[in-house]
Ligand binder design. Sequence first.
Ligand code: NAD
Length: 485
Amino acid sequence: MSAATLSNYISGTWQNVNERKTLPVENPSTGEVIAYVPLSGAYDVDVAVRAAEKALPGWSSTPIKERVQIFFRYRSLLEKYSQELAELIHKENGKILSEATAEIEKSIELTEFACSMPQLISGEILEVSRGVECRIDRYPVGVVACITPFNFPAMVPNWTIPNALVLGNTMVLKPSELVPLSSCRLAELLKEAGLPDGVFNIVHGGQETVEALCNHRGIQAITFVGSTKVAKIVYQRATNQLKRALCLGGAKNHLIVMPDAHEEMTASNVAASMSGCAGQRCMAASAMVAVGSVDHIITKLVEESKKIVPGKNLGAVISKAAKERIERYITEAEQQGATILLDGRGVKVAGKENGYYVGPTVIDNVTPDMKIAQEEVFGPVLSIMRANDVDEALKIENANPYGNAASIFTQSGGIARYVAEHANAGMIGVNIGVPVPREPFSFGGWNESKFGSGDITGKSSIEFFTKPKKTTTKWNAEARKNWMS
Ligand code: NAD
């Protein structure tokens, strides 16, 4: 069967895209083309924004307690179709089924949080002078656009869909052109849950589509998740157009390992952090800073990493270009004098010879000046750098321009506290390789990992997706007059 060309999702229906340009969507595990994604232009974006604008008055004036009912149903549908969604994620992204299932579990948790919004945003009211009260109500921002990356085809869209919509906004989602299928299925589930047409819309495409979203006057706020290079461009373009913007970028996460760290727990956590989702996580361990004598932990880490087998418990990377880029980083590090302890280059998976697999790779004696130590590799590759003490390790960690996550592995509470305080990153792990905060805690890094204020999920999202209205009222003519009456 030939692969179909996808449509945009506008006002609850699938509509053909005006632009004729398309890109093939590949299954990274096999290299097979599974769909064609259209590259929407300014005209298609305008159609979607108009649909979202039309739906806004009805949706934003629906009481929040009614809006959340739809998301209780959406949550149940995510659970009901979890297996099917996981298979779709596996097919378009290449991650293994258990990782794809975890994405749906996290999407459920995000939706549960959104369902608690009525409890979180009940207003503030106070008698500020005799007989005069001040109250704050939260209003939706309006039409929001959300632009998402390839590495979490369902979870990252669900970072924003439930919260933004429960808070009364309408949305245009621009999923990654590499993984557009999961978002389409989410649109169907939202409709099945009872979401009114036009509240949620999808435009497919790439750079031109994003530019049209940033330029469109009907959009009030933009969230972006992707690489730092593009996050900066989108943040600048959106804020230049006087839109509210929150743009999450790439990462280079360091794990500091002390000699007193628990050998087995550390080795298995570091290996899992480095290789989970084939290293294509903005929370993945990319660098390990080994402090003092930790060779026993490194030996164990290599042993653990050998248990991670491409095609079995390690998925494919997203594309041929990604595989080549990752392998190039390894080769350059080797040429610069690093020691390859475990080499994932050139692997082939039987029966999936055309798939884009890179095996787990552990590289020792990396120095901070090497390219592999400085740039985001985004593959199952761990670079080990050496430090004499915790301050030297922190210096290496804090010299990197990103600031998503940093972890410390130790049995000493004092050292853990010291690193948590001094690491220049937004999310800290103590004996945890992937320190993703779970709801209600919000997700977001620092420095070049995020542009804009606040975080994208959790309570922080309330600030981003609403605007506070302050109303001051006096009904009683007898109320005492004072300087502000
Ligand atoms: P990407 O930046 O290439 O693409 C992200 C989105 O931007 C896509 O929808 C894409 O179509 C669009 N885009 C691409 N180039 C553009 C351009 N020049 N102008 C406007 N839009 C453009 O990112 P990716 O490869 O899809 O995802 C991987 C990156 O995302 C990694 O760097 C990873 O660290 C990062 N990421 C960060 C977080 C976080 O929370 N900080 C979470 C997930 C992924």
